[in-house]
Design a protein around this ligand. Structure first.
Ligand code: 1HE
Length: 274
């Protein structure tokens, strides 16, 4: 008997999300799976795909508490659709880049954590997309490149802001100037990848993590997604002050109170080594 697909229990989305033809959206309980669905073009991000990603992330169903993003076909994402880049004037190019920023901000600063499941090429705008997610799972086949340097362009989808915060500006400089490509293990060593799995195991891992995350208190997700990255950019004094406000807000939610009581009454799990 063949093993069922890791998303076998997922049901295709309905309504607005079902109408996004460059994405394949499905849901199982509190977990939504968004699959880039342009395999013929290696999931290259054209104007339609970036708009659909933005639309999906600002219209997540109310019961969704974690999202998994993956790519259909042999590659996660080949980055910007280069065929749309030629003949854009400066103003249009700025607006185009800002459109990507809006879409990826909707991922990073949205309502729920997002896990990227990476395989094959994760290059250019594909790496920028992955960097806007909160957790990255990489299969053996995944590799990371920034071919912008070779194409005579620059990152425009938030890469210069997000990628150095993962791997450091020195590594990103090397990738852009020399075309250096990192494999999945290097990606893990350099802080891009949180979880390394074998080929074909990424989606199951992503869904497993999403289910865990979906069980957290929503205010915790909010604090990690919205407070943490801002506190990191603050001076230590301001950061500590902001942390106190966030901590007090989180611990005063009814959900946190119930969870704390459950632990004290022996009804909640202990922290154990995995
Ligand atoms: C594309 C694109 C694309 C594939 N734009 N059409 N990104 C890049 O510079 C990466 C360019 N792509 C590649 O290096 C390779 O296509 C891959 C390594 C990703 C995959 O290779 P392979 O052998 O599996 O596929 P392929 O035969 O190269 O591509 C299949 C088709 O997809 C082909 O079209 P066809 O009509 O000839 O079948 C390719 O032209 C097409 N295709 N990638 C347009 N990127 C906001 S700023 C972000 C800036 C960037 O992202 S720059 C990096 C762009």
């Amino acid at each position: 008997m063949s093993t069922p697909a890791p998303d076998a229990t997922f049901i295709p989305a309905t309504g607005l999300l079902a109408g996004l033809d460059l994405l394949q959206v499905s849901q199982d309980g509190a977990v939504l799976h968004i699959r880039l669905n342009r395999p013929v073009k290696r999931n290259a991000i054209n104007d339609g795909l970036i708009a659909q990603l933005h639309t999906a992330f600002v219209n997540l169903p109310a019961d969704v508490r974690a999202v998994v993003v993956s790519g259909e076909g042999a590659h996660f994402c080949a980055g910007l659709d280069l065929s749309e880049l030629v003949e854009r004037d400066i103003h249009a190019a700025i607006l185009h880049s800002r459109g990507w920023h809006a879409a990826f901000d909707a991922i990073q600063y949205g309502r729920v954590p997002v896990i990227a499941v990476l395989h094959g090429a994760v290059v250019g705008g594909g790496l920028e997309l992955a960097a806007s997610c909160h957790i990255r799972v990489a299969e053996d086949s995944a590799y990371f490149g920034l071919p912008e340097g070779q194409r005579g362009i620059f990152v425009g989808g938030g890469g210069s802001v997000r990628i150095p915060r993962l791997m450091g500006a020195a590594r990103m400089t090397d990738m852009m100037l020399t075309g250096r490509v990192f494999d999945a293990d290097q990606g893990e060593r350099y802080g891009v990848v949180n979880y390394r799995v074998g080929d074909g195991a990424g989606l199951a891992k992503g869904i497993e993590l999403a289910r865990k995350i979906a069980g957290n208190a929503p205010m915790t997700a909010f604090a990690v997604m919205h407070a943490l990255p801002r506190i990191v950019e603050m001076s230590p004094s301001e950061g500590l002050f902001a942390e106190s406000l966030m901590a007090a807000s989180a611990s005063n939610t009814p959900e946190a109170q119930a969870r704390l009581r459950a632990f004290l009454e022996g009804r909640a799990g202990k922290v154990v080594k995995e």
